[in-house]
Design a protein around this ligand. Structure first.
Ligand code: TK8
Length: 336
């Protein structure tokens, strides 16, 4: 009798165990959703640290159900390759400069218009407002879901030839630009000789003298050690480059709504970390670069000629970008 009871008890217990295990299998598992992403910058960059921040935040918030796989130094491909990956569904997330996405949306060229922004206050208001959203939404037909913007920063000029103090000093400089049309056009207006190139090739191109210069935010110049191959820098601040945080529509559609929400939140938490860190560090970074490079700091007055010479690019591209969008952005900033 005792024995039978025991067997029955064991049987019930086993059934219960199997049931519990079965139930667990129907719920979300750890690592069920993997967000793979890659950047051009190295693991010393704030962009990579921002990704690490997002990964930790997201994995904690979802109890490991959504995880991230991070690649740096273009090992997953350059910006254009990652963007193509989003379309194909082979890469889940992009967080590079949004400029190169011009291949799929004319609206993103808006941010490549020179001297559009003059302060971080303007940047945040425009990017986080309706204009920023409209630009992100313009990538939807290309199969990309835009969530928000992180900071690459105001782009500054470096070169190996001479100090650049006025537009005349730009004449004939061989300059690497991002693979997107607006910078190519306005650097020509300044008399430079621009060449579009993927970020992964820039250091070597500078080192070997294939190009004389490049332009990127101070932090990028430091983290990627461009100062080793560039002697001169100028605070042109000609363009503010936002990182666009985009997801593959194919991935997004598979992600349950509650996890979409967690991803969104992680993107925004990382954005706040990223902007605060970038801005706090800016002066120290400039001081550090000053140890290796000859840095020319121009006054707003001295930057004006650069602005005036590149102004025609607004008319040249307004039709393509969308005249209403350009006007909306300009008005929005004027009325801040
Ligand atoms: C790196 C790019 C980079 C951009 C460039 O992944 O190409 O100069 O500034 O941010 O996104």
């Amino acid at each position: 009798m005792k024995r039978t009871l025991m067997i029955v008890a064991i049987a019930i217990f086993s059934v219960a165990l199997v049931f519990a295990a079965g139930e667990q299998e129907t719920g979300p598992k750890k690592g069920q959703y993997v967000i793979k992403t890659g950047i051009g910058y190295n693991d010393q960059s704030l962009q990579y640290k921002t990704l690490e921040f997002m990964k930790a935040h997201l994995e904690e918030a979802t109890d490991g159900v959504v995880t991230m796989e991070l690649y740096h130094s273009s090992t997953l491909g350059d910006d254009l390759a990652i963007l193509e990956g989003l379309q194909l569904g082979t890469v889940e997330m992009f967080c590079g400069t949004i400029g190169p996405a011009a291949q799929w949306s004319n609206a993103v060229k808006l941010f490549d218009l020179p001297f559009l922004f003059t302060s971080y206050e303007e940047v945040d208001a425009l990017l986080d407002g309706p204009v920023g959203q409209e630009v992100l939404d313009s990538l939807k037909p290309a199969g990309m879901v835009g969530i928000g913007y992180w900071e690459n920063g105001f782009r500054q000029l470096t070169n190996s030839k001479r100090p650049v103090e006025s537009p005349e000093d730009m004449v004939g400089l061989k300059l690497r630009t991002m693979p997107t049309p607006v910078p190519l056009a306005f650097f020509k207006m300044l008399g430079a000789n621009p060449t579009p190139m993927n970020f992964g090739e820039v250091f070597t191109a500078l080192q070997q003298g294939v190009v004389d210069g490049q332009e990127n935010p101070w932090e990028t110049i430091l983290a990627n050690k461009f100062y080793e191959v560039q002697k001169y820098a100028t605070n042109t601040g000609h363009v503010y480059s936002p990182f666009g945080v985009l997801f593959s529509q194919k991935f997004w559609d598979k992600l349950p709504a509650e996890y979409q929400e967690e991803v969104r939140e992680a993107v925004f938490a990382a954005r706040d970390f990223n902007r605060t860190s970038a801005r706090e560090a800016e002066q120290a970074i400039l001081a550090e670069l000053g140890k290796y490079m000859e840095i020319t700091i121009l006054t707003p007055e001295e930057i004006k000629p650069f602005q005036e010479m590149t102004r025609p690019v607004y008319d040249q591209f307004a039709e393509e970008i969308g005249p209403e969008l350009v006007q909306k952005a300009v008005d929005f900033l004027a009325n801040l």
